[in-house]
Design a protein around this ligand. Sequence first.
Ligand SMILES: [Fe+2]
Length: 278
Amino acid sequence: MSLLEDHHGDILQKAREGKGLSLAEVAQSAGLTQTQLSQIEEGTRIPSPDQIQSLARLLGLKAKKLLAITHGSWAPQQPPRWLKEKVMIIQGEIGGYPVNGYILYDARAQEAACIDTAFDPEKMLKSTEAHHLHLKYILLTHAHQDHMGGVEILKEKTGAGLYLHQAELPLFSRQSRLTPDGFVADGQEISIGRLRLKALSTPGHTPGGVTYVSEGLCFVGDALFAGSTGRSMSSQGYRGLLTSLRQKVLSLPDETVILPGHGPTTTVGEENLHNPFF
Ligand SMILES: [Fe+2]
């Protein structure tokens, strides 16, 4: 079983919806029945290499990369060992569905920021306490429930400053009565001990999606997954998401570790080589 967050069908569906095309339109152009395409998108039917070629062409995906994911012949490498010295990966779950949150820390300064809550504030708290860290910030990549659930507990127990992008406030306010301590803007820098973190605006999955970049690390939330992207909110959002990922994430040095909101860690180099959206 693939370790990736998305199978070939998820990728095709995200690209089709991103392009604003119906199942019927794509099925017809690719010489498939709607049922066949629907089964492919659900992951219950493996498309032939020719079908992958034609679907990829229609949807603006890279066929070779999609073929590799379809046949499970690519998975990102294990993260580098040094990652543990700066980042704790917190895996929570919501309705049985796993979600990643991260604690970025400077052990010597005993300061930390969590990037999303992993829907598990208790696990976040235990992990910071076990390492004697002061949680200075709660930084949200976006305000979907699986990424911000439990933020009230985290804030109440630690007094950490809560930040997100201003365009994410309507979504946030539908789920929490908290008032954020401030907003992060594109290019804004944040310090955690001696670590510097920069917020980059990467909207498209949600209106105010943010990627946080720090010294060889890139916390993307649901903007990007290993071998895939997050679901876009609209066709315009899809185009914007791909553009901002290209310009702000995939232009970083190849060895930059990408830490997504779901699924395994990957790197900029691996995504440039293997992600069918690019
Ligand atoms: Fe999300």
